[in-house]
Ligand binder design. Sequence first.
Ligand SMILES: NC(=O)c1ccc[n+]([C@@H]2O[C@H](COP(=O)([O-])OP(=O)(O)OC[C@H]3O[C@@H](n4cnc5c(N)ncnc54)[C@H](O)[C@@H]3O)[C@@H](O)[C@H]2O)c1
Length: 395
Amino acid sequence: MPKICILGGGFIGRFYAESLIGRRGKDEVKVVFSRSQETVDRFAKDYKVEASFTDMEQAVAHSDSEMVIIALPNFQHEEAVNLCVKHKKPVICTKPLGRNADEAFRMMKAVEEAGIFAGYLEDLCYTPKFLKSLKSVQSGAIGRVLWAKSRETHPGPHADWFWDKNFAGGGAIVDLGCHCIEISRNFIGKDIRPVEVMCWADTQVKPIDAEDHAIGLVKYENGAIGQFEVSWTFRGGMDLRDEVMGTEGTIWVNTWLRTGFEMFTSGVGEGGYVAEKAESDSGWQFPVGDEAHELGYPNMFIDMFDSFENGGQPMETFYDGYVVNAIIDAAYKSAESKLWEPVELKEWRGQTGLSKPSVFQEYDSEHWFIKDEILPNGDKVTIVKEKSTGKIKEV
Ligand SMILES: NC(=O)c1ccc[n+]([C@@H]2O[C@H](COP(=O)([O-])OP(=O)(O)OC[C@H]3O[C@@H](n4cnc5c(N)ncnc54)[C@H](O)[C@@H]3O)[C@@H](O)[C@H]2O)c1
């Protein structure tokens, strides 16, 4: 059981600490780093952490840092990974892995060459609903996946650095699209190569250089399409939804808003907190029973620590983080060029040479089957296509 060091005592650092200390019961956060003395002191007090630092290297190098969790702003991920490599510490890093694919690639290579354990903390690929849907998809319940769409929209992030393109690497696409892209990739199949991206992005509301709203399509080599919808301008809380369409079925997942827990209040009590990114503390509210669990954090850490302890690889690796960053880079290019842009992958570890499979069904030896339906008047129609002439008709 490794002793844990958390780098970053902010929003996600605290969520991680809650998930670790409150769930596995055997994990211990022993070391913490944060930029300011005030934050690090508060974190150390709240989570009873023995060693706290405002110097990152001291935290990483500490003898009780047996697994380092990176919960720092995007522009500090590479520096933190390099310190873990230098001190040979196993490392798990929050999303997005890099601000761009070059950064992510360097991080991936650095940990692989150093031979240290590394995992990508993509929590939304560990939510209870996601894991169950993925299992159904993988067991063939919805046939071949044709379209996997994922949406994350909310009224915008909680800290200054997110809004600065240089620190964050972009806007809503890199911040939220990274989740949506990896969700679609999982459904479509991680060994299926993403080939090109078409993306619309705009700054519709906020006074920033980055995009606050975007929609993108990711084409995969087997003909499947991924779709992401992201926004920092959405009003009404946080909307986390996925849709998967296959040849034999459909899955709709709603993770956050209006999932069966609704409350009216003239004013929320203590602290006014309802759920992440809730916009109001009075009127109708949509609280979430167990926020950390619904967001996938405990399942994610179980996978990370079990994989580490068993000498295996977690479900989400630095390689996955790199592929996601490469898709995001193509999305930014496409938003500029208004064209389909190729996904440039310096290393592809999945299948190659796939093409769109034919799934035509035969009606009889002379016809392809299109569909049948019972009409409101009780009639049954069957629509077919004649193979020899291409004519479409009812039989
Ligand atoms: N669902 C998720 O997985 C999820 C959710 C939120 C954030 N994140 C990711 O976690 C990382 C941190 O985000 P956060 O929301 O915790 O941010 P935050 O601003 O709330 O916290 C950042 C922490 O890093 C520390 N820090 C050190 N040097 C800093 C610097 N130069 N500037 C700013 N902060 C500095 C801060 O003191 C703070 O403790 C980001 O990469 C973000 O994308 C992931």
